[in-house]
Design a protein around this ligand. Sequence first.
Ligand code: SF4
Length: 139
Amino acid sequence: MTVSTLDWGTTYRVTVLDLGLACCGVEVMAALEGGRPHDLAALGVDVAHAAGEAHVLIVSGTVTDVMLPAVIATYQEMPEPRYVLSVGACSNTGGPYWDSYSVTKGIDQALPVHVAVPGCPPRPEALLEGLAALHRLVS
Ligand code: SF4
C-alpha cells in the first residue's frame, strides 16, 4: 500500500460499522477484530457497535431484497457525514448470485457507495486499500 495509512492513523480517525451479511462479512470481521497483522486501530480505524456511532458503513456479503430495508435503515441511523464501503462481489453487483430472484444486484442501487472493494472474497489487504481509498476521497 503506497498510501500513508500511518499518517492517517495519526491525523484522522474513522469509525466503521460492519454489516456482514455473508462470507465476505467473515473476512471483514477477521480484519477488524483479528488485530494482527492488520491492527486497524493503530491505523486510525475504530469499530462501532451501533449505527449511531459510525460514519462508515461497511456492507460485506450478499444483500438480499428481504434484508435491503434493514441495510437502508442502518445507513439512515448513521450521523452525517456518512459513507458506504461496499466489500465483495455480492455487495457490489450481486456476485455469483446476480441472477437470483432474491438478491439485490448491488447495494449501490439503494445507497451511495463511495468505494467498492472487488473480490470473492476480498483479502484483508483489499479492505485496507478500500479504507485508504475512502480516506483519500474524504480528506
Ligand atoms: S462475494 Fe463471494 S465471498 Fe463474498 S459474500 Fe459473495 S459469495 Fe461470499
